[in-house]
Design a protein around this ligand. Structure first.
Ligand code: PSV
Ligand code: MN
Length: 430
């Protein structure tokens, strides 16, 4: 029996209030889609099968380098984070996996941690290594780089940490390692741009050698921050070159916030897929840089276009196409549970809308160079309000039709504020 952090009776009572209205909305949308030759139930079933992992680190309040404003009852360890992730999945039914970060989520007994997640109906997705921060007691500093460091002992330490993450991952049932390094420079001339990339490839391939056969290693690129002149794995080109030299099990991970402003991210998706190297996503949104804002809160159209490419990729699969989807956000001003419920709904919604694209009509218009018809075909899907499909899918899976209302009615955060040690009210002023 799955352990539910929020009373199933409370969710059922809450759902009963809006079920009639939902039935009307679902039936109306069903008739609209039927006229377009789409069976609404088939989209709903696909939505039920869709999942995006939540980041363990996203369960706590984020912050900026100026301040963090904690809230009472936010999680302070992986056990509390798992409980919050269980709430997100219970109400939203779209986030069955958790992506952990090490050493942030280190525990003594990983087999027990896997069981703890399973009791909530959760599994672990990609494990994330951390060689962008120094940890207490660490022998070598990452101040001037990790996998690309000029110091051999530092590279070795970073390699060993990544291999430790693989070992932990095996114990918790993960089959993916995500590697993001903050390596780079702040000054022209600080490091040799070519040789630092060579050192990175050499060190990353030693991590790759420790990868079990059924695992994937995902390289996450990022243009800037913490390095502001050059980053070693700055863009999809560097990521692709590295993934190609490492081997088949190495893929590229696209974090939506890690690009130059106005870059056509959906085209990057298409290119990486062409190369058979599309490994996964970190979903978030941004206005200025790597803002880690809630997915689709700023540019929902871009998110839809990314999903449009993913559906195209599904129709035209390359060897080993099996991308993993994760959220990677920093919740600085909201309750992280509410943000991740909202984001997972937005992400699943973009997936559903991409499924509604009349692909035959789109491809025909593209082949005929009928620009307006191609554009309007895509736009027709984007403009469809799929919220009744998402709500119906949640209701049928025991989730909440109105997740925000149900969550707030449960007073979960207030209760955790009494039980947990995290305090709010300006405790984070630095
Ligand atoms: C770096 O900005 C990043 O996107 C990487 O995925 C990290 O693992 C994560 O954020 C958390 O800092
Ligand atoms: Mn990321």
């Amino acid at each position: 029996m799955t352990q539910l952090p929020i009373s199933a009776d409370l969710v059922a009572e809450h759902n009963a209030k809006s079920r009639e209205a939902l039935a009307d909305d679902y039936a109306a949308l069903g008739r609209t889609l039927e006229r377009r030759g789409i069976a609404i139930d088939s989209i709903k079933e696909k939505v039920k099968g869709f999942g995006v992992a939540v980041p363990s680190w996203g369960a706590g309040r984020g912050g900026t380098r100026f301040a963090k404003f904690p809230i009472a009852g936010e999680p302070t360890n992986i056990h509390e984070k798992l409980e919050d992730c269980a709430v997100i999945h219970q109400l939203g039914c779209a986030t069955p996996a958790v992506s952990p970060h090490f050493p942030w989520d280190c525990v003594e007994d990983y087999a027990a941690l896997k069981d703890e997640a399973a009791a909530y109906g959760l599994v672990f997705d990609a494990v994330n290594s951390n060689t962008f921060q120094d940890q207490p007691g660490q022998a070598q500093t990452y101040a001037t780089g990790s996998l690309s460091s000029t110091v051999e002992a530092t590279r070795q330490q970073a390699i060993e940490h990544n291999i430790d993450c693989i070992e932990i991952g095996k114990k918790i049932g993960s089959t993916r390692l995500t590697v993001w390094v903050g390596d780079g420079t702040n000054f022209p001339g600080q490091q040799d741009l070519g040789r630092s990339f060579d050192r990175y490839i050499d060190a990353a391939s030693q991590v790759y050698s420790a990868l079990p056969d059924n695992w994937k290693m995902m390289l996450e690129h990022k243009m800037f921050e913490p390095a502001f002149y050059s980053s070693v794995i700055s863009d999809w080109g560097s990521s692709l070159m590295a993934a190609q030299s490492l081997g088949d099990k190495c893929k590229c991970l696209v974090d939506l916030g890690h690009h130059a402003p106005n870059v056509n991210i959906e085209q990057i998706v298409a290119r990486l897929h062409h190369a058979g190297k599309l490994g996964g996503f970190h979903f978030n949104d941004s206005k200025y840089g790597d803002d880690d804002l809630d997915s689709g809160s700023i540019n929902p159209h871009q998110l839809f276009l990314v999903f449009n490419e993913l559906i195209e990729a599904e129709h035209n699969p390359r060897d080993g196409f099996d991308p993993s989807y994760m959220i990677d956000q920093s919740h600085n001003v909201t309750d992280p549970i509410e943000s991740m419920l909202s984001s997972s709904e937005t992400i699943a919604g973009c997936y559903a809308r991409a499924l509604l694209v009349d692909r035959d009509a789109l491809h025909a218009a593209q082949n005929d160079n009928d620009v307006m018809l191609a554009f309007r075909t895509l736009r027709a899907a984007y403009q469809t309000d799929v919220t009744p499909i998402l709500a119906q899918a949640r209701d049928e899976q025991g989730g909440a039709i109105d997740w925000l209302g149900a969550y707030r009615a449960s007073q979960y955060r207030d209760r955790k504020g009494q039980e947990r040690k995290a305090v709010g009210l300006g405790a984070g002023i630095v």
